[in-house]
Design a protein around this ligand. Structure first.
Ligand code: NDP
Length: 487
């Protein structure tokens, strides 16, 4: 990818790179003087053309031999892993996460492709005898067809990859609308996919705003399935559009994840998990630990260490050595975060540290990691997803109260407990009402070969990742066969 800032990066429409009807500028949130490039915004006719071409390309792709499809996924995954440093640098430059996180994300994205390369050969159905004599039944999965992928900016390469890799593995075509805040990572991934042995038009990139091209995509009757990650509000709108065409939909939205710290916890471990979970990715993770539910017997000791740890974090340019937390992704997100700080104070929470805009050598969207104390679970800062480097401590008197507080949310993506008690860990694992639960581990950070998703407002539709992804990216066919009698 040529990263001269004067270059306009194009969309991949029906198999060819095309300019758009307009373009946007992409700037580095760590240094606003750093122009990453201009990015084409797809027109509505280009979207329609992509969808039309995807239909025929999908049929061709589905008829490829399994090993031929597998080779494509291996090649994409291997290239992502081999170029993790270079593409991770680009990702960190446009999104703002520290380089180690950007590099790790691109490598992980590669692993999604190599994992699903394996799954290409593991598409094994079921068989049964019919209740009717002489009839046999075979149950197989077939591709769902044309899949719309709508991805967010916070994990621009990994989230897209955990949707695109299974979509291709199970024989589908993809039309991808990435977030407009992180288009460079989208173009880089598209360039890798486009040069593979795939039918022309199987994979399209349609950069543009959610309100225009995104909305047109989710309303299109040409789309068979929509996989979305983003905010609850947009997710609900997408679900409404999808249902009008009876389009299959899968959505992963926000959360308000809690980490419960018990009185028998290893406190140093608890603080490390809380700091990483709350401030990794500048708190812009759907799995972030935004509520810290702490037993009163260890509350003060935990808080002392937590606040000291937050104050000691190095906030800086994502690509600078030693940076532990990069900038917030955009000016709009930064303003929202600062508004939440004011809201928390007005609700009576005590801001123990951070939560203010920072000046650095370069002009950027820097903010210090903030810790709220003396909060309760009814406050809006403990009920709404902030997507900010902000976390709240909620003091509880018992394990039972901790569990009830963890579960008192309309979200339900991840939750965690820090304890040395097997009994509490086991009880928590069974009774936390979240799709993912962790014991003595951060609430953020999951594997690629097992299901991912949540409950309540956090998710809707079949789970993502691992073998569970087959449920969304395929449709089941039940065949009845009467072979008759041999002569
Ligand atoms: P959005 O939900 O607006 O965006 C997510 C994706 O959906 C982007 O690609 C966006 O496009 C697209 N989109 C927006 N509107 C539509 C639409 N009407 N039809 C189709 N696609 C659409 O999230 P934001 O980026 O605005 O972030 C706002 C908040 O959402 C965050 O503060 C956070 O709370 C939450 N969020 C949660 C994420 C998660 O991982 N669960 C990820 C990102 C955000 P575009 O942005 O290009 O306009």
């Amino acid at each position: 990818m040529d990263l001269g800032s004067a270059v306009t990066h194009l969309n991949l429409i029906a198999g060819s790179w095309q300019a758009g009807t307009s373009e946007i500028e992409n700037r580095n949130p760590s240094d606003l003087s750093d122009l990453i490039g201009h990015f084409a915004q797809a027109g509505l006719e280009q979207l329609d053309l992509s969808l039309e071409r995807a239909r025929t390309a999908q049929a061709e792709w589905a008829s490829y031999g399994l090993e031929r499809r597998q080779a494509v996924l291996i090649n994409i995954g291997s290239e992502l892993m081999a170029r993790a440093e270079e593409l991770g640098r680009l990702l960190s430059r446009e999104e703002g996460k520290p380089l180690a996180e950007g590099r790790g994300e691109v490598y992980r994205a590669g692993q999604f492709f190599t994992y699903y390369a394996g799954e290409c050969l593991r598409q094994i159905g079921e068989n049964a005898d019919s209740v009717r004599d002489g009839v046999e039944i075979d149950v197989r999965r077939e591709p769902v067809g044309v899949v719309a992928v709508i991805s967010p900016w916070n994990f621009p390469t990994a989230t897209a990859s955990w949707k695109i890799a299974p979509a291709l593995c199970y024989g589908n075509a993809v039309v991808w609308k990435p977030a407009n805040l992180t288009p460079a990572s989208a173009v880089a991934l598209t360039e890798i996919i486009e040069k593979q042995d795939i039918p022309k038009g199987l994979f399209s990139l349609v950069m543009g705003s959610g309100r225009s091209i995104g909305q047109r995509l989710v309303e299109s009757p040409q789309v068979d399935a929509i996989s979305f990650t983003g905010s609850v509000e947009v997710g609900k709108g997408i679900a409404g559009s999808a249902i009008r065409n009876l389009t299959k939909v899968q959505m992963e939205m926000g959360s308000k994840n809690a980490l419960a710290v018990m009185d028998d916890a290893d406190l140093d471990l608890a603080v490390t998990l809380a700091l990483g979970g709350a401030f990794g990715g500048t708190g812009q993770k759907c799995t972030a630990s935004s509520r810290l539910v702490v037993h009163e017997r260890v509350h003060d000791a935990f808080v002392d260490k937590l606040v000291a740890g937050a104050k000691a974090m190095t906030v800086g340019h994502a690509l600078e050595e030693g940076t532990q937390m990069g900038p917030v992704v955009s000016g709009e997100q930064l303003q929202e975060n600062l508004d939440y700080v004011q809201l928390g104070k007005s609700e009576g929470a005590e801001l123990a540290c951070g939560g203010v805009r920072l000046e650095r050598q370069h002009e950027g969207y820097y903010m210090s990691p903030g810790v709220f104390l003396n909060t309760n679970n009814a406050m809006r800062i403990n009920r709404e997803e902030m997507f900010a480097p902000l976390t709240s401590v909620i003091r509880v008197g018992s394990y039972d109260e901790a569990l009830a507080t963890v579960n008192d949310t309309h979200f339900g993506l991840t939750s965690g407990i820090v304890t040395k008690s097997l009994a509490r860990a086991s009880h928590f694992r069974r009774n936390a009402r979240t799709g993912v639960v962790t014991v003595n581990l951060p609430t953020a950070g999951t594997d690629y070969h097992v299901p991912f998703g949540g409950r309540g407002d956090s998710s809707y539709g079949p789970r993502e990742q691992g073998k569970a992804a087959a449920e969304f990216y395929t449709t089941v066919k039940t065949a009845y066969i009467s072979a008759g009698s041999p002569d």
